[in-house]
Ligand binder design. Sequence first.
Ligand code: DO4
Ligand code: MG
Length: 270
Amino acid sequence: MTRFVRAHTADGPRVARLDGDTVHVLDHDDPLAAIRGEGTVGSSVPLASLQLLPPVEAPEIWCAGVTYERSRDARLEEAETDARDVYALVYDADRPELFLKDAAMRRTTGPGGPISVRSDAKWTVPEPELGVVIGEGGQPVALTIGNDVSSRDIEGANPLYIPQAKIFAGACAIGPALYVPESWDATYPIRLRITAADGAELFAGETSTAKLKRSPRELVSWLVQDNPVPPGSVLLTGTGLVPPDEYTLEPGHVVEIEIDEIGILTNTVR
Ligand code: DO4
Ligand code: MG
């Protein structure tokens, strides 16, 4: 199993190959080069001794939406306008919903970093999603975990407000690792756990990427069609887990998203 993380070191940020609880720190900070097998190991240290960074400084982060039945149903429930049909239509259409979530990591944090809620939103949720890292030539090269933090009341008020529901400071997290899959047809369980500042469990759920309506590779091919997505960008493939309607993210809540092959992405609402 080939997995890479990025971490602070005395020489600056470095890519490191994960090997159980040990990491082999490479002599560069280029995750795409590491995936191609480039670089030599400078040192090997315990994973726990490192402060992890986002696994890639993604020039762009894109999201697919309404790719699971559960997401389609949640959008239909939250929609307050007659435009609710757009969600059912896009779930069944050939062309997927794709939107830009971030550029230059301005709104995105890594493992252990803070996520946020908008000050004008009343109902905000984490969206645990499988992320695909895009390499040269628009090809998928690795997987990661993403959190597409979203304001459901703003999204539900009008689909034209989706950019505001989705794009704000602290609205995204990626990490903890990049996983290079042996087969792009493999599917993965995704677990979400939310706890309060005192450790009390507020929500726990599980889904599987087997329930994705479109494969990650199909979503990437739609994204890069006539669109010069820079290498190192990430596409989040949509959420299949939605907390109950009474739940909203609040400062102090801790969000853990787990995919066995990749690790656990943990972030706290600031
Ligand atoms: O249509 C709204 C976006 C839905 C979304 O982000 C998701 O399904 O993950
Ligand atoms: Mg989403």
